[in-house]
Structure formats: C-alpha cells, structure tokens
Design a protein around this ligand. Sequence first.
Ligand SMILES: NC(=O)C1=CN([C@@H]2O[C@H](COP(=O)(O)OP(=O)(O)OC[C@H]3O[C@@H](n4cnc5c(N)ncnc54)[C@H](OP(=O)(O)O)[C@@H]3O)[C@@H](O)[C@H]2O)C=CC1
Ligand SMILES: O=C1O[C@H](COP(=O)(O)O)[C@@H](O)[C@H](O)[C@H]1O
Length: 608
Amino acid sequence: MATTVLAVRASAAPAPPSLGAARFSPVAGPAVSLRTQCWIAAKMKLHKALRRHGSQVQRKLEIQGVGKIPDCFKVASLTGRMTRRNVQLADDNSIDDKSSMHLGLNHSEADHPVLEEDLVLFDNFDDQPESVPSLCIAVIGATGELARNKVFPALFALYYSDFLPQNVAIFGYSRKTLADEDLRSMIEANLTCRVDHHENCEEKLNEFLKRTYYVDAGHDNIDGMAKLNSKMAQIEGTCAANRIFYLAVPQEALLDVALPLSDSAQTKHGWNRIIIEKPFGFTSLSSQRVTQSLLSRFEERQIYRIDHLLGKDLIENLTVLRFSNLVFEPLWSRKYIRNVQVVFSEETSAETQGRYFGNYGIIRDIVHSHILQTIALFAMEPPVSLDGEDIRDEKVKVLKSIRKVDIEDVVLGQLKDTSGKVDRYTKSMTPTYFAAAMYIDNARWDGVPFLIKTGMGLMENRAEIRIQFHHVPGNIYRERFGHDIDLDTNELILRDLPEEAILLKVNNKVPGLGLQLDASELNLLYRDRYDVEVPDSYEHLLLDVLDGDSHLFMRSDELAAAWSVLAPILHEIDQKRVAPELYEAGDKGPINAYYLAAKHGVRWDDGC
Ligand SMILES: NC(=O)C1=CN([C@@H]2O[C@H](COP(=O)(O)OP(=O)(O)OC[C@H]3O[C@@H](n4cnc5c(N)ncnc54)[C@H](OP(=O)(O)O)[C@@H]3O)[C@@H](O)[C@H]2O)C=CC1
Ligand SMILES: O=C1O[C@H](COP(=O)(O)O)[C@@H](O)[C@H](O)[C@H]1O
C-alpha cells in the first residue's frame, strides 16, 4: 500500500493549500475559490452517497441540520463510513489514511505518494478545508463515432451539472492532425446532449471547451502518450492529480494504445483509471491475452470495462427492488420463480450500428456483457455490502454456475438484407439475433429457465426483464380463470424500453356482481412518477469511474467466466456451421425462438 505523506499544519487560520485549480485559471476565467471547489467536491460525494445509501445519508443530514450541500469535510464524515474500505479508514485515526480518503485516493491505485511539499492538509477534519486533486480525462480515439456521439456529450453533461471537479481538463487524442480548435468545433457540432436547452448552457459549454485540448498522437502511440503526459503535467503542475483514460478505440488497437499509456502517461501524483470498451475480445483466448497484457501493466482496480447498457436504471433497479423490499426478497429463488426472461431488442438494423458491431456479432457484442451481467446481478446471492468488489464477488459465482448451454437451446437469426447489396452478414454468417435457454446450477436457481432473447432490426425497441412466478398451489379460484392457466401467473416486469417502468401483474376481482377474476398490472411508470430528465448511461458510468465504484464493470475473472459460458457455443456454431435463420426487418425475429421457449415451458410475453 502506498503511503501518503502529508505536511500537516498546526491548527486554526490555515493558509489555502496550493491548488491545481490555480493553474487552470488562465483558461478558465477567474480563479475559483477554495470554498467553491470544496463545495463541488462535496456535492459530488453527496450525490453519490445519496444515490447509493439514500435514506441513511439523508437522515444523517437531517440530524446534523446541515443545509442542502454541506462542506466537503462534513460530507466525508457522512459518507466515509458507508463502505467497508472506508470503515477501515474511518476507524483508523492516522492522519495519513484519513487524508487520502479526503483526496479521493484509492491506495492500491495511487502508485506514488502525493508530493509532500505541494500538498498541505489540516489536522482537524471537522473544521479545515482540504485540497481537491485536479482531474485530467483523456478520450483516446477522440475523432471516432463513440467519442463524438457519446463520450464528449456525457462529459459535458457532467461538467454542466458540476459533477466534474472545477479543476478538470479534457484531452482528445487520436492520430489525426488537428488543433485544439478543431476538436472543440467537433465537440460542439456533435453535442446532442440532454442539457443543450438548459439555462446557461452556452456559457458552460464555452467554459468546458476552454478546458479541452487536442493531442495529435502522430503515428506512434509511444510518442503520442509521452506527448499526452507532458500536456497533462503542464496543466497539473506538481499538485495532487488524478487521471482517467477512456479508450474509445477499436479492439484491435487496444494494446497498441494501452501499453504505451501505462508506460508514459500515468500520473505519479494520484490515481489512474482506464476505461475499456466492449466487445471484450473476439475469442476466449484473444480476450485472455489482452487481459494478461493489461494486468501486467495495470492493477485490476484501475481497469473499468464499460458496457453502457448496464448504466440504465433498469439494471440498478434489479438489486434495489429485490434487496430493499421485503415483499420481493424472500421470493427470489426457484421456490417462487418459475422462469426469468431477459429481452433486449432494437428496431435499428445492424447496418446502422456502424463499424463497431461489424464481424463481432450479437453474441460478443450484447450477450457476453449486457445479458450475462444482467443475469448475474439478478441471480447473485446478497452481497456483503454495496462495495463494488463485494458485488463482483457474487456476480462471478453466478457466471461460473451457468450450465453449459446445449446448442439445441440456441436460436440464431440474421436480418435479411434489403439493400440489394451483397450482405456482409450473410457472407460471414454473423448473427444479429440470439435466443437461448440457460440454467444456473446452484441451490437457489436449480431448474429455473433463464430465457434470453436479443436482436437488431426487430419490430420494436424493448429492454426488459420479466420474472414469472409459479402458479398458486391448489388455487381455489382456478375455475374463474378459464383454461389458460398462464393468465393467472403473477409477473414482475422491470422495463427500460419502450418506457421505463416497474409493473406487477396481479389477480383481482372484476367489479360488479358475480365473482370474476382479472389479471391487472400495478404500474409504476417513471414518466408519471418522476418529472426528471434521465441522464445518459454514459454519464452514470463515467461518474462511477470517477467515484471508483466498480460494481457495474466486469472484473477480469467475470470476463473469463462469461467467456466460459459463450466460448463453447461460439465454437459449436463455427464447427457445425450453424446457419442463422433469416428474418425480416421490423418483424418478430426467428420463429424458432417461440419453439425454444415452449420447450422450456415458457411463453414469451413481450409483445414481439
Ligand atoms: N460507436 C459506438 O457507439 C460504440 C462503440 N463501442 C466500441 O468503442 C470502440 C470505438 O468505436 P468507434 O468510435 O465506433 O470507432 P471509430 O472507428 O469510429 O473510431 C476509432 C477511433 O480510434 C482511433 N484509433 C484507431 N486506431 C488507433 C490507434 N492504433 N491508436 C490511436 N488511436 C486509434 C481513431 O482515430 P485515428 O484513426 O485518427 O487515430 C478513431 O478516433 C470500439 O471498441 C467499439 O466496439 C462500443 C459501444 C458503442
Ligand atoms: O452497445 C450497443 O448499444 C447500442 C444502443 O445504445 P443506446 O445508447 O441507444 O442504448 C446498440 O444499438 C448497439 O447494438 C450496441 O452495440
């Protein structure tokens, strides 16, 4: 563990610490006061704490009678005891550990101590302000589709809402010859972000753009990363500084970028985190090699494998609903649950997905990460805490318990080519649709089919998880339901698309004389309940990275376990040359998916 050496000042009336922010002031307009920086840091911490520990933190706030946003040192005392890691820190009275917590330093990531002469903290945490480390975010592959359409807009939305520290700098990096101004114009031109109609947006955008710089990598990432490092260092000075590197590059370029980055672009004055995009490898072996190379240079805790589909509220609700409601928690097992359906379908055709879908196909692109992570979060045992590692410990057990999938329980589909051109998917047999029945061989889920279905170019956008419960044993009302026993099945539906909702199907009496039963839905429609704009999932996940919260990012052992589930299927598909069933755009997808569900005693109940 790296030791953080800090110069401690005696007591009252401390001189303001030398802030990285001061170095940003020439580009950022007037220097921002320590108070403001502290307030922003507090707000970020508080936002996160409220999101994750809601009422606990809220109660503490009320008890302390603090205003809307308390001072950062007070927030630390409100949130600092929430995770196991922080419990240890809070229990340890040494100034070093406490100070590193306030600085946002994660010991295992902070390879080197913060420089003694640059950083001044204070011995009384309840009364004294703290220094806010600067943050540099580099978007590698800045000219690509993902960076332009998703990453920069998400960064700006976070900046707009004050979720990035005041002393932040953004770097775009690619091999094209561009100037800062070109990058800024590109960001501005592609800003489809949700805050563009909000108050002061233009002002904020100008501020944001002034903090944005371009680094031309040339044709060699070794030189490129050295250049990036020196540009960042110039801005950071020698103060405490953290860095995030978003690797928005094709899989083939990942190591070409990541290895020089590890050698030359990491800060020695804080933590470094890298974000890696899906799909995570083409084969189990190639993925393993990439992982080994990454782990030879980075610590596991530094690596964030991002799948933006996991940044939806639907996914967080999986655990919130189960673990915070007594009416659901006891039902979460084979005893009450008959089957689980995970559906992710899109109207858009794979043609419109751009290069990133390419030859990878839907199994590597969507099933490997999104679907298997959803199942893992759904089916895991209660984690010890909300700490990322505790959750990942439980997810990996689920992935390792998934039974080898029988190829007879797999349906592949491919969108018919309507362009008249040679169909690149047909040529490569790349599936654009996948359905399967999976089983988890453990005590909780033994015998429960998990039916998954995902495809492009279908009749509607749908992302939902449906949980069908067993029929009531010896139901005394059975005669009132008619012949279709499925009609009285209780069902819980968590939905992201077509619109966010949580629905519970229950049986009730039809009004009037006589006793007739009906199946109705108790609806929680987010649109009606909450008058808020939903942040893009990239915003959510970027904030998690900033916060060091890893629970929605696949750890290397999860990645390997997911490959163990899918590699045999991919291998058998290749070996037997299993041809995908063609389906029309805007249709329901392959008919075989319906036979598959019936074989496992399930009826898709999803409208498509
Ligand atoms: N597009 C999307 O919405 C999504 C993309 N992804 C994933 O994100 C990654 C990027 O996708 P996308 O933006 O579509 O790809 P693009 O091809 O549009 O962009 C790739 C970017 O990487 C840069 N690049 C390529 N090779 C290198 C290299 N060796 N060194 C440095 N820079 C390099 C390119 O710039 P230059 O050639 O100038 O260096 C370009 O800026 C992929 O892994 C993809 O699977 C995941 C989900 C969604
Ligand atoms: O990663 C992917 O996500 C997109 C859907 O993104 P969203 O922001 O519209 O939710 C999907 O179209 C693509 O196939 C997939 O690779």
